[in-house]
Design a protein around this ligand. Structure first.
Ligand code: A2P
Length: 315
């Protein structure tokens, strides 16, 4: 399984542990279990509300000494209420404090959407800052400062469309090193992947298993279940593995990183073992045909036209 390579020589093992939706009370054991099973990549975010507990896991594992901080790639994300340049470093420092770390391997702008500083979760248009009030280019320049200060080794974005990346690149001096977006066989994002590859931007795929544990309010009617797709099941049966392994391996062998979430020690281990699967040409052809541009995470919850957030994904 190939690692993702960065310009400074750093390498990222593609399969990481996702922690979105991992509940307090469960996430500490999940992270300990992942690190002890050999994970070298943990994905976090301030808004997941569990960084303090993840920090306890890091502290416990790293203080034992067998697994070293520098051998694990740790990502976190700037929440939408800290986009004003003066708020960027304090937000990151809070994350570092919660995670009990002194640097991050990767820090991402979580969404191309800004809220007022005291708003965690917006209730109406009045809770947003417009792109003119909080230009994303200013947020990005503040992220660059974090990199120059050594607080983040790499910086990037999340949920950015090709159009948003183009605008950002045209108006700033630094190209993001990563874009974290939803990716799986039903949403392959080939055009975005090609654009990012040409610009030297890596992709990380979230919701690789369809995020069936989202709250009901975040779900649409009649969502497809990827585990039950005939093509996925046929490939899983052919290789005698679970459908989850097929989905995770598809992402990783494609050259993107992937962050399946689990708090179950058996499934955490199984998901890392997806690296050992070898999908053949026929499997890849069959999976390629599944693309239906289907998003589980539609981003509709942040589309507030009067505040300048019309279509998050520009489709
Ligand atoms: P659990 O945490 O109980 O293992 P996503 O990564 O797309 O957000 O999906 C996460 C969901 O997939 C969670 O409900 C998680 O449940 C479940 N999941 C994670 N790994 C597996 C697996 N190997 N097989 C089946 N379900 C899994």
């Amino acid at each position: 399984m190939k690692s993702l390579k960065f310009k400074n020589g750093d390498e990222l093992f593609p399969i990481g542990l996702g922690t979105w939706k991992s509940k307090p009370g469960e996430v500490k054991n999940a992270v300990i279990s992942a690190l002890e099973s050999g994970y070298k990549h943990i994905d976090c975010a301030a808004i997941y509300g569990n960084e303090k507990e993840i920090g306890e896991a890091f502290n416990e594992v790293f203080s034992k000494g067998e697994i070293k901080r520098e051998d694990v790639w740790i990502t976190s994300k700037l929440w939408n209420n800290a986009h004003l340049p003066k708020d960027v470093e304090p937000a990151m420092k809070q994350t570092l404090k919660d995670l009990q770390l002194d640097y991050l391997d990767l820090y991402l702008i979580h969404w191309p959407v800004a809220f007022k500083p005291d708003v965690q979760s917006p209730e109406g248009p009045e809770d947003y800052l417009t792109p003119q009030e909080a230009p994303i280019t200013d947020t990005w320049n503040a992220m660059g400062e974090l990199k120059r200060k050594g607080l983040a080794k790499h910086i990037g974005v999340s949920n950015f469309s090709k159009q948003k990346l183009e605008e950002l690149i045209a108006n700033t001096d630094e190209v993001p090193e990563m874009n974290q977006v939803e990716l799986h066989p039903l949403l392959q994002q080939n055009e975005l992947f090609e654009y990012c590859s040409n610009k030297g931007i890596h992709l990380t795929g979230y919701s690789p298993l369809g995020s069936g544990d989202r709250s009901e309010g975040m779900k649409q009617e009649n969502e497809p279940n990827m585990f039950e797709k005939t093509e996925v099941q046929n490939i899983a049966n052919k290789h005698n593995v679970s459908p989850a392994k097929v989905l995770i391996n598809w992402s990783a062998q494609r050259g993107t990183a992937v962050i399946p979430k689990s708090t179950n020690p058996g499934r955490i281990k199984q998901n890392l073992e997806s690296a050992q699967l070898q999908l053949d040409k026929d499997d890849l052809k069959n999976l390629a045909q599944l693309d239906e541009h289907y998003r589980y995470v539609t981003g509709k919850f942040f589309e507030v036209e009067e505040k300048g957030y019309k279509n998050i994904y520009d489709e």
